[in-house]
Design a binder for this molecule. Structure first.
Ligand SMILES: Cc1cc2nc3c(=O)[nH]c(=O)nc-3n(C[C@H](O)[C@H](O)[C@H](O)COP(=O)(O)O)c2cc1C
Length: 294
């Protein structure tokens, strides 16, 4: 790795008052939250970081700013690769853990390895980069990495703003965004969030079709006679036309991974058809298309 860690001649520190205001000012810039990971021997070391940014598309470059006091600093200086996992909205405990704030408590999580580099499972985006340079950054160093692997899944990211974790509002979920603002708010307010662990049936064939579901996070398999008819991801709606008349369902819906859904009652769906025909039409097409090819 090439290093250019010399300080410019006029790098004066701020006085303490200005320092507080500087921190507060920067905290008004909302960011996602990443965990930077490296393999140190056969141990994974992770560090929560929001000072992560894209730099260049050709070649693909990213940058992370690391405190010189962090253990990660030494490891990145000595190492060649790092992983970046962009945390999902419900991974705040993991962020606290890798910021060293939870003491000995270790939230349940696992790693996958790409090019020998650990990545946090269930994150919404992953990058593996080779460290190509490091630069002086005051009490931090800036590590520039050439991206050798990038992948993402649909899902809501965790956000950090004014020193707190935040989430995108549910109304950002795509099927809901086709609805007028008032109706969308009513649907979100009338719906109930439910979680289903991986492998758990959500609804079964012959069940009464009284509710539809919008996937918030995770993935759902629609199956009939053990054959997969569709796989549904975040922002998508499922539930069959039966939802509108309460008739029996004709297929099984199973949580493929840990999944969270917003349930929407048949009554609310009727309201959508009447009050927002465009969204209603989209919804009917979606519900009908799930069983195509069956
Ligand atoms: C939301 C959040 C963002 C953070 N971003 C950074 C960052 O970009 N760079 C950094 O050096 N430390 C950052 N930290 C602090 C480190 O995560 C923390 O100092 C950590 O304990 C360092 O780990 P290590 O010394 O075990 O490597 C952040 C902490 C939080 C909670």
């Amino acid at each position: 790795m090439m290093a250019d860690e010399s300080a410019p001649a006029n790098a004066e520190p701020l006085d303490p008052d200005q320092g507080v205001e500087f921190r507060r000012t920067l905290s008004r810039f909302p960011t996602g939250v990443t965990v930077i990971t490296v393999l140190a021997g056969d141990e994974v070391h992770g560090m929560t970081a929001n000072a992560f940014t894209s730099v260049s598309l050709q070649p693909p470059l990213v940058l992370v700013s690391v405190d010189k006091r962090a253990r990660m600093h030494r490891l990145m200086h000595d190492g060649e690769w790092f992983g970046v996992s962009v945390l999902a909205h419900d991974q705040d405990a993991l962020s606290e853990h890798y910021a060293g704030r939870l003491g000995a408590v270790r939230p349940d999580h696992r790693f996958t390895f790409v090019r020998g580099t650990p990545l946090v499972e269930r994150a919404v985006a992953h990058v593996v980069a080779r460290i190509v340079r490091s630069y002086w950054g005051g009490d931090h160093s800036l590590f520039l990495g050439q991206v050798e692997y990038a992948a993402h899944v649909e899902g809501r990211p965790l956000l950090f703003h004014r020193g707190h974790y935040e989430r995108l509002p549910l109304a950002e979920v795509s099927i809901l965004s086709a609805m007028p603002e008032d109706l969308r708010r009513a649907v979100v307010a009338a719906g109930t969030e439910r979680s289903f662990p991986a492998g758990r049936p959500i609804v079964g064939r012959d069940d009464e079709g009284d509710v539809a579901f919008v996937v918030l996070d995770g993935r759902v398999r629609i199956e009939r006679d053990g054959r997969t008819l569709a796989t549904i991801g975040p922002g998508e709606l499922f539930g069959e036309i039966a939802v509108l008349d309460g008739g029996p369902r004709t297929a099984d819906a199973i949580a493929d991974v840990d999944t969270r859904c917003l349930t929407v009652s048949g009554r609310t769906l009727h309201r959508i058809v009447v009050e927002a025909p465009e969204a209603g039409w989209l919804m009917l097409q979606v519900l009908a298309s799930r069983l195509r090819g069956s």
